[in-house]
Design a protein. Structure first.
Length: 201
């Protein structure tokens, strides 16, 4: 006998399907918004493939990467947000993706270190991409979401994921991860977005 108010298996499947559809819509609309904004910023046509969006337990974020990749340096742009909901959004750029983005913007970048101009440009791109996804979420949910100025960190992927998990687990156990491939006539990038909600104070 089922407890009163308990979800049936069919209802659970329908809810899962609804959540999956909503996540896909956020991923698609956010990616399209980001590509349009980056096209305007760089003066080049940026196209996107169909993004993948899914929920991941925070403690399982490292499993998204091969073990050897966790020790590689990466750049993370963090964008906190407030409003009807609050949290942060992290844009993770691996391998030579930061240099590729800077090249698209006409900013010189040699080696793994970035000067003040490079850091500023990466923050600007992170803010543009994050705002595109947050606008998609706000439109879909009918909420007001206000992004704050972005921060930037250059660490190993393991350190970045550890910082994300330790901060987010104070408020939630899951992260929305969006994987998308963007390309211009001469470049390709595959940033990963991690949406980390928390209760609004």
């Amino acid at each position: 006998m089922e407890a009163e108010g308990a979800m049936t298996a069919l209802e659970a499947l329908e809810l899962t399907a609804q959540v999956s559809a909503a996540l896909r819509k956020i991923g698609v609309v956010g990616a399209q918004n980001a590509a349009a904004a980056l096209s305007q910023l760089t003066g080049q046509e940026i196209t996107v493939t169909m993004p993948t969006a899914f929920m991941v337990p925070l403690i399982e974020l490292p499993s998204l990467y091969p073990p050897a990749a966790l020790e590689e340096l990466a750049v993370a742009v963090y964008v906190p947000f407030e409003g009807d909901t609050a949290g942060s959004l992290a844009l993770l750029l691996r391998d030579d993706q930061p240099q590729t983005i800077l090249s698209l913007m006409g900013v010189p970048a040699e080696g793994p270190e970035f000067d003040e101009l490079g850091v500023s440009a990466l923050r600007e791109v992170g803010n543009i991409v994050a705002s595109a996804y947050l606008n998609a979420l706000a439109d879909l949910a009918g909420m007001t979401i206000l992004p704050a100025p972005p921060g930037l960190a250059q660490e190993t992927i393991a350190a970045i994921l550890g910082a994300i998990a330790s901060q987010a687990m104070l408020h939630d156990e899951y992260s929305l991860v969006v994987q998308v491939h963007m390309s211009s006539p001469d470049h390709r990038i595959a940033p990963e977005m991690m949406l980390l909600p928390r209760p609004a104070s």
